[in-house]
Design a protein around this ligand. Sequence first.
Ligand code: SF4
Ligand code: SF4
Ligand code: FES
Length: 242
Amino acid sequence: MNIILKIQRYNPGTDERPYFQEYTLEVDPNERLLDALMSVKRYQDGSLGFRKSCAHGVCGSDAMRINGKDRLACKTLIKEVAEQDGATITVEPLRYMPVQRDLIVDQADFFAKYRSVNPFLINDAPVAEKERIQSQEERMRFDDTTNCILCAACYSACPIFAKQPAFIGPAAIVQAFRFLADTRDRGLADRLPALDRPAGVWSCENHFECTRCCPRSILITKRINQTKKMIEKLHAGEGEGS
Ligand code: SF4
Ligand code: SF4
Ligand code: FES
């Protein structure tokens, strides 16, 4: 089939503003959008900028907006998009991050917010035996959150950033929850400054856009609400680990 890729182009060094460029190409409908982008880059326009690495939904580098939805290009079948929206596919960079070139965005702010929640196990208590034991049930409470690939699709999908750019964002809260819900962790107090503030968890208004777009099917909104509850319990004097 023939498709038209309508791709947002922008080089901040030479262009006054972003613009769209169209590329017509023949594709196998079973190919992924990433295959089509690579074909454009190889055979039509080597100047097109986009990120990719694993090409199998693992590294999180090729999240972009495809017909207005935040998705991984390597996990998006052309036939899926074309069947729903027609043969012209619009491709734009993720929102709320400065464009470095074309579909490549500067993720510095996204990763600074991720680091602000101390995304690692915190526990200074001595280990009783050889290791800290955890049951399967305990692990399952946060298992989905360990699958986050930091693609930032949820960050771009969340409508809150339009009015609150300082919002810590869904991915950082997911990472905080991954450790807060871990029975071996004792880091709630260390993570509170980032989470318990207007631009922290309390900015989330339960729009569910993040949950809808997550390529790893993480229950993001539910995890955000559980994090809010943990903080509320702490304020109610029930304390960490209660
Ligand atoms: S929570 Fe999902 S959408 Fe958000 S960064 Fe992680 S994998 Fe990507
Ligand atoms: S649930 Fe919260 S974080 Fe997710 S899109 Fe809605 S407001 Fe944003
Ligand atoms: S290229 Fe690695 S997730 Fe798509």
